[in-house]
Design a binder for this molecule. Structure first.
Ligand SMILES: NC(=O)c1ccc[n+]([C@@H]2O[C@H](COP(=O)([O-])OP(=O)(O)OC[C@H]3O[C@@H](n4cnc5c(N)ncnc54)[C@H](OP(=O)(O)O)[C@@H]3O)[C@@H](O)[C@H]2O)c1
Length: 297
């Protein structure tokens, strides 16, 4: 299959490209050539800015996987160029799209965030992250109809990725695992490799619509115990560290975000490896000389 990946060279996107190449697909990358430009030297690369995606008018693809869509204006521009140039368009969205942060058990059809009146469509701010993803999903549906999917994830864990990297680093070095979230905090995450495989699967199978691509809900305590069991020394958890890697409020006002229903994604073919496997692989990755990237914010 001919695949175009928008982005593809950073944390999650490189897993998508690795998975696509391993399955024998013909991949084209579109990015500015700034982030890890040495990656995938044999892959065709279209160099350009999301804000000026004219170079995309030089090709046709069976599927597009959009890993770098944050800004409404930029996604709108590339969607116009690609509308008649691709068979299917898979958009990497976020669990930040939901209007409620407290309701447990939300499906993909729960209420989404509104667009703040007068907000800029071409500037990135953290406040606009969720509303922008909602707008992008909706404009892609308007453009592609049932030829598009939106994949909503939160914490993405595994080699190259920052989330839970502090735990992997601590376990690899026999240090206490730091967790500034409360011990009974509900938490969901997904292994980056499972997410990459799912993005690819949806694109190939042309499975449209929104998907909560998240794992089952654990408490932080249960998850920490699983991760600790990945090493013989089982280091303790420090629940009161000076540095907060998770940024989760202690008053429960974000608990619903990590109790999403993932049935639709599982039915569509999402495979989730057990957390112990993710923990072991992250530790091995650190033992091999890799350093977890810093979280984006
Ligand atoms: N926990 C998570 O990581 C998480 C959770 C939920 C959703 N997501 C979503 O997953 C996606 C990010 O994953 P990732 O960082 O791993 O993606 P990625 O595809 O690996 O990295 C971002 C890519 O976009 C390219 N890029 C950045 N700005 C660009 C621009 N202005 N024009 C053209 N290309 C540009 C970068 O290359 P150049 O710098 O060379 O241009 C890079 O290849 C985002 O859509 C994010 O919202 C992530």
């Amino acid at each position: 299959m001919k695949l175009l990946v928008l982005g593809g060279t950073k944390n999650l996107g490189r897993h998508v490209v690795e998975a696509a190449l391993a399955s024998g697909h013909e991949v084209t990358l579109f990015n500015r050539g700034r982030t890890n430009p040495e990656l995938f030297p044999s892959v065709r690369r279209l160099v350009g800015e999301r804000a000026a995606p004219g170079v995309l008018a030089t090709g046709e693809w069976d599927g597009v996987i959009d890993m770098s869509g944050f800004l409404v204006r930029a996604v709108s521009l590339s969607a116009s160029v690609l509308r008649d140039r691709c068979g299917f368009y898979t958009f990497m969205s976020s669990i930040a799209v939901y209007a409620s942060k407290t309701t447990a058990g939300m499906t993909e059809y729960a209420d989404l965030l509104p667009w703040p009146e007068g907000a800029p469509e071409d500037e990135f701010t953290m406040d606009l992250y969720g509303p922008s993803k909602v707008r992008c999903e909706s404009l892609l549906t308007a453009t592609f109809g049932d030829r598009t999917a939106a994949v909503r994830s939160g914490f993405v864990v595994g080699p190259y990725n920052p989330d839970f990297g502090n735990w992997g680093w601590a376990l690899a070095h026999g240090l206490p695992m730091e967790c500034a979230a409360r011990p009974d905090q509900p938490i969901q995450y997904i292994d980056a490799r499972d997410l990459a495989a799912f993005l690819l699967h949806l694109t190939i199978s042309r499975s449209s619509g929104p998907y909560n691509a998240v794992g089952p809900t654990h408490t932080m305590t249960d998850l920490a115990d699983t991760w600790r069991s990945a090493v013989p020394t089982r280091p303790p958890v420090n629940w009161h560290p000076t540095e907060d890697h998770f940024h989760l409020p202690h008053d429960g006002t974000n608990d619903g975000t990590f109790q999403l229903t993932n049935t639709r994604a599982l039915t569509a073919g999402l495979h989730l490896r057990p957390p112990i496997e993710t923990a072991r692989d992250y530790i091995t990755w650190v033992h091999n000389g890799n350093v977890p990237p810093a979280p984006p914010h």
